[in-house]
Design a protein around this ligand. Structure first.
Ligand SMILES: [Zn+2]
Ligand SMILES: [Zn+2]
Length: 137
């Protein structure tokens, strides 16, 4: 199924669209997402990498090995620093920052990822599914 959604960064220098339905919608409490977001969790709107089309600008790329051992390639605006998406080429998936989407109502978290890393003061919604780490072959 195709679904076109547009989004961008805080300053407007990066604009993109995604052209497929989401593969997952989750809240990621991993410590990397916390460090880069300044928040208890990252709201991830997952889509196939190839469904992201840049309309304007070129995000800066920061690659880091995730806990899974896969390279997580994190994309952000070089001007305002907003997170745009993070992609794992090995899985063919990109986690778009749900708050970079123009219409916030496209995102509805269905699961928690790495809730064991949530700060004790945060309110993890236990009614959401647990989204397990995808093991490496
Ligand atoms: Zn920007
Ligand atoms: Zn994370």
């Amino acid at each position: 199924m195709s679904q076109t959604i547009e989004g961008g960064c805080l300053c407007g220098n990066i604009r993109f669209r995604t052209t497929s339905e989401s593969s997952y919608q989750l809240l990621c409490y991993c410590t990397d997402c916390q460090a880069i977001s300044g928040a208890a969790c990252f709201a991830a709107y997952g889509v196939p990498i190839e469904s992201i089309i840049l309309i304007k600008g070129e995000p800066k790329v920061f690659d880091i090995a995730a806990d899974s051992g896969r390279v997580n390639s994190r994309r952000f605006c070089p001007d305002c620093g907003s997170r745009i998406w993070a992609q794992i080429d090995e899985l063919g998936l990109a986690s778009v920052n749900a708050f970079a989407l123009d219409h916030k109502d496209h995102f509805k978290p269905l699961s928690n990822h790495c809730p064991e890393s949530a700060p004790v003061w945060s309110q993890v919604d236990g009614s959401l599914e647990y989204f397990p780490r995808i093991p490496r072959e």
